[in-house]
Design a protein around this ligand. Structure first.
Ligand SMILES: *[C@@H]1O[C@H](CO)[C@@H](O)[C@H](O)[C@H]1NC(C)=O
Ligand SMILES: *[C@@H]1O[C@H](CO)[C@@H](O)[C@H](O)[C@H]1NC(C)=O
Ligand SMILES: *[C@@H]1O[C@H](CO)[C@@H](O)[C@H](O)[C@H]1NC(C)=O
Ligand SMILES: *[C@@H]1O[C@H](CO)[C@@H](O)[C@H](O)[C@H]1NC(C)=O
Length: 543
């Protein structure tokens, strides 16, 4: 830990001296998504740059959950009430039904016109428009949170500054094609194609499914692009500047792609170009703060280790069925370990067991970072799971709604813990799972190995964001990083012209050879025939 901290400090120092030139830049973040979990990731990127001293302006549809920051200005461009209703229904449907990949995609296609229209309304919202239509505004760089909204790149064109795309997970073909990442369906898994743990190639069945998903997504990408171009024309078609870039030109002017993924640990390795930068875990705090005194003492003295139990902020443990709380209390209160339990209503605690510390406010990340914490009982929200993975703490998951079920299943499949159904939970089951995860060393070893790989990088996620963003600022867009691929048309990219010429030349040579061969053959045949005729004639004469 000490070694790690020293290395970190050293890197910060090195980076600091290397980039001391950068005076604070004016950076605009455009995050039109209506998913709160996307906003968390994008805001983590923005906060990193704000801490560094850049002046950040963010435009979003919803108020981000982030403490006020002196270097961040948030401008809200909320959706209209009708649009809001549509979004709410859509999100509810998606999160309650746990739809399959194909159902989700079908929904994306069916609602795409509405989604794009929503993104267009966001872009021309008066609060937003006055920012980029105002000739006084001066930005050095635009961040665009990817969300089927590529036409919003036109704002970077209006502000005459480079654009960086940020994405919240592993890149989809939509983003891969923007920077020229190789997306070969034989070894690059598509969305929701999960490899078996410890394997890095796909077997026949997976590759077959992967191929279909790949071409399906690529086709959707083509269709969306067509529509996207129409929206771009609608918004920027009237520009008086004759050199105003077209939609396709803007797509070839992207400086970087940041994506929240770490392939060496999350695997498998992806063939990506230098322009696409992994910032996996950007939303996880890199250095823990010290815990409140009382809690620190409670954990420091946990000789048998500690269990951290929290079902997040959206779920209130008071609203549980009383018998579920009874089961949880019964099992946890007789554990030899100390337990830190997130509980809202401190007037009415489930009990007074001396091994349990109840609190309604707990710094989750700092507790997970504590060396005595041996187990995390969680609702398997994305953030909590990522933090436990980062700190190498195995889990028992009690998923409640939304994507939590899926997160819990992947977590179990990866060997980081177990999951239980909270609706049918029994005390025996809970106790058995807790003991299994605490006592069987495989869970701790598996997640510990992941954690070690996850943290072992030349630059941390935050350092990568700072370094590469300032690199783009220093080099006016850093377009030299771009892959040649994105500047080539279909024919050149697939070398069709070259193959065509080679084929034609080969054919011509082949034909010439045939003609030549026949000619030579005839000649030789004639000579041979003439020869044998002449050789034969004396015989004839003799006869
Ligand atoms: C905000 O930016 C300034 C430089 O412009 C910097 O000195 C300050 O530390 C930043 N504030 C925070 C909270 O990081
Ligand atoms: C920082 O950004 C805000 C909001 O866009 C702007 O009003 C302010 O003038 C900027 N500050 C500097 C020093 O550029
Ligand atoms: C572009 O010009 C047309 C015709 O003058 C007008 O109807 C339309 O609203 C304009 N679009 C924008 C985005 O200003
Ligand atoms: C816990 O102790 C407090 C104060 O001693 C008491 O009022 C409360 O009823 C106790 N709770 C339980 C569940 O025993």
């Amino acid at each position: 830990m000490i070694k790690y901290t020293t290395t970190f400090l050293l890197l910060v120092l090195l980076l600091g001296t290397k980039t001391q030139c950068s005076k604070g830049a004016n950076i605009l973040g455009i995050f039109g998504t209506h998913s709160p979990s996307h906003v968390i990731v994008h805001m983590a990127v923005m906060k990193t740059l704000a801490d560094r001293g850049h002046n950040i302006t963010v435009v979003t549809q919803m108020k981000p959950k982030l403490a006020a920051h002196e270097n961040i200005t948030v401008i809200l461009a909320p959706p209209t009430p009708e649009r809001q209703k549509f979004i709410k229904e859509y999100m509810e449907e998606v999160s309650n039904e746990k739809p399959s990949f194909w159902e989700t995609m079908a929904k994306v296609v069916v609602t795409s016109a509405n989604q794009l229209e929503g993104q267009y309304e966001f872009m021309v919202h008066p609060n937003f428009k006055q920012l980029y239509e105002n000739p006084q505004t001066n930005f050095d760089l635009v961040f665009l949170g990817a969300m089927a909204n590529d036409f919003q790149l036109g704002i970077a064109a209006k502000l005459r500054c480079p654009a960086i795309i940020t994405w919240v997970g592993v890149p989809l073909p939509f983003m891969d094609s923007l920077v020229g990442n190789v997306n070969d369906p034989s070894y690059v898994p598509s969305v929701n194609v999960a490899l078996e743990p410890g394997q890095n190639t796909m077997q026949f069945g997976l590759r077959l499914g992967n191929l279909f998903k790949h071409y399906f997504l690529t086709t959707i990408n083509k269709l969306l692009n067509y529509k996207m171009n129409q929206f771009y024309e609608r918004a920027f078609g009237n520009e008086s500047d004759p050199n105003f870039p077209t939609y396709d030109e803007m797509k070839r002017r992207i400086s970087l792609l940041f994506y929240n993924y770490h392939s060496p640990s999350e695997g498998p390795i992806r063939p990506t170009v230098p322009q696409s930068i992994e910032i996996g875990g950007i939303q996880v705090k890199e250095q823990s703060d010290s815990l409140p005194k009382e809690l620190a003492k409670f954990l420091d003295n946990a000789d048998e280790g500690a269990i951290f139990f929290s079902l997040g902020t959206n779920v209130n443990t008071n609203t549980f069925r009383p018998d579920t709380v009874d089961i949880l209390y019964k099992v946890l209160s007789k554990m030899p370990q100390r337990v830190v339990w997130k509980w809202e209503d401190l007037e009415n605690k489930p009990g007074n067991a001396s091994n349990i510390y109840f609190s309604n406010w707990l710094p989750q990340d700092d507790i997970l970072a504590h060396p005595k914490t041996k187990l995390f009982i969680t609702h398997a929200g994305k953030g909590g799971v990522a933090e436990a993975q980062y700190h190498g703490v195995p889990m028992v998951a009690l998923p409640i709604f939304g994507d939590q079920q899926g997160n819990a299943e992947i977590m179990t499949k990866s060997g980081f813990g177990r999951w239980l159904d909270i609706l049918t939970l029994t005390a025996e089951e809970l106790e058995e799972s807790i003991l299994e995860v605490l006592e069987n060393p495989s869970y701790r070893e598996t997640i510990g190995k992941f954690s070690t790989l996850y943290r072992d990088r030349p630059l941390t996620a935050r350092q990568s964001v700072v370094y590469w963003t300032e690199y783009v600022l220093r080099h006016q867009g850093a377009y030299h990083l771009q892959s040649p691929l994105i500047h080539m048309d279909f024919v050149a990219r697939n070398n069709l012209d070259v193959y065509g010429v080679v084929l034609i030349v080969s054919l011509v040579v082949f034909l010439i050879l045939i003609v030549l061969f026949r000619w030579v053959f005839r000649k030789v045949f004639k000579v041979v025939r003439g020869h044998s005729y002449r050789r034969k004639s004396p015989q004839l004469k003799n006869n």
